[in-house]
Design a protein around this ligand. Structure first.
Ligand SMILES: C[S@@+](CC[C@H](N)C(=O)[O-])C[C@H]1O[C@@H](n2cnc3c(N)ncnc32)[C@H](O)[C@@H]1O
Length: 364
């Protein structure tokens, strides 16, 4: 279909904005493709034809990333060999301008398939984000000395629920099993405290309206398509995490944040420290459900005791209302009894450049 002038400008704006984010997050290939795609949409080219009037509503829909994931999925499945030559994830060499020509041709020739794949929501599961969350888990383990009950909201495939099976290292600072298939290296600008904390995970459970099964070929294809094609290290970490998922079970319930949190937190769990956590999820949750989720947490916080403490750990944009202005990301940790809520680290959106803050060093 042909987009109206207004919608065309809106979609082009979303593509250009995502280009900026991809550039800032170390994907020059996607930055280039998205900038050229924005120009193509403005000029009435084939890229605009895969969007329809119901899409392009806003940055929350992640329409630009859906386009990139749809095309990447075709490439990884062997359905776009000319473009594969320019995608490092498929063994090619990232050469931006020839890549753009092949990208545009792929979208033009396979518009129906691209449109169909773009109906799938953004299902990134970025295990690198656990480099930002780790310090919060260790803080809770150190503070209460109890096994951890992990409850993850917006788990996607639940890969982050296995964070204690990954290996983290930056310089001399490290945590976890050095033999892990998931190596998260050089993600810390300032490493977290309590790297010697004793950690035992008692339960791993998450929720997502559309859980992905990382142990099936289709689930892995969904996850791999969401990684940016010139970020091969992310792809390797993802593949490693899918291996771990095959060995370490975790339940991901097909449910949204609001009702799930209320059910999971209905009664205090004695003898464990419950950690509700999430990363890059809140922007996808409608406002009413977000309120229900926050109410469930606050209610559970009032019931928490030192034998059944509660923590809320999250890596999210600092300001949800400034998403389209490139708001920075940070990690916050709230704990009950008490309910103190602190900003504990700054981080990139994918969990790189994590700067852990010393307790008391920064205002809430
Ligand atoms: C960008 S992905 C992040 C996934 C994962 N937390 C990570 O950091 O890799 C956003 C996730 O939020 C999930 N989501 C969307 N709406 C939700 C809701 N109402 N409640 C819980 N999760 C939701 C999506 O299905 C998707 O898996």
């Amino acid at each position: 279909m042909t987009l109206s002038g207004d919608l065309r400008e809106r979609v082009a704006g979303l593509l250009a904005m995502q280009a900026g984010s991809c550039g800032a997050l170390g994907s020059p290939l996607y930055e280039h493709l998205l900038r050229r795609a924005a120009d193509d949409v403005r000029a009435g080219g084939p890229v605009g034809a895969v969007f329809d009037a119901g899409t392009g509503k806003g940055v929350q829909d992640a329409q630009a990333l859906r386009l990139m994931a749809a095309v990447h999925r075709l490439v990884l499945a062997g359905g776009a060999p000319a473009l594969a030559r320019h995608y490092p994830s498929a063994g090619g060499t990232a050469d931006p301008e020839p890549a753009w020509a092949a990208f545009r041709a792929t979208v033009a020739e396979q518009a129906g398939a691209v449109r169909g794949l773009m109906r799938l929501p953004c299902q990134t599961n970025e295990v690198g984000r656990t480099a930002a969350l780790l310090g919060g888990f260790l803080d809770v383990a150190d503070r209460w000395g109890l096994p951890l009950r992990l409850l993850e909201v917006g788990s996607s495939a639940g890969l982050q629920l296995r964070w204690d099976r990954f290996h983290f290292r930056t310089g001399d600072a490290s945590w976890g099993d050095p033999g892990s298939p998931v190596q998260i290296l050089d993600h810390w600008t300032v490493p977290p405290a309590h790297l010697d904390a004793d950690v035992h995970v008692a339960e791993r459970r998450g929720c997502d309206p559309r859980p992905v099964d990382p142990t099936t070929p289709d689930g892995r294809a969904t996850l791999r398509a969401s990684v940016w094609a010139d970020q091969v290290e992310r792809l390797e970490r993802l593949d490693g995490a899918c291996l771990v998922a095959g060995r370490v079970p975790a339940i991901v319930d097909a449910e949204g944040a609001g009702t799930w949190a209320a059910r999971m937190l209905a009664t205090p769990a004695e003898g464990v420290a419950t950690v509700v956590f999430h990363s890059v999820v809140l922007q996808y949750v409608a406002e009413a459900e977000r309120t229900a989720f926050l109410t469930a947490l606050a209610d559970a916080g009032r019931r928490a005791t030192d034998r059944a403490p509660l923590a809320w750990l999250r890596l999210e944009p600092e300001r949800l209302d400034e998403l389209d202005r490139g708001t920075p990301f940070c990690v916050r940790l709230a704990t009950w009894p008490g309910g103190a809520d602190r900003r504990v680290a700054s981080s990139g959106a994918h969990g790189a450049s994590v700067r852990w803050l010393a307790v008391g060093s920064e205002a809430t």
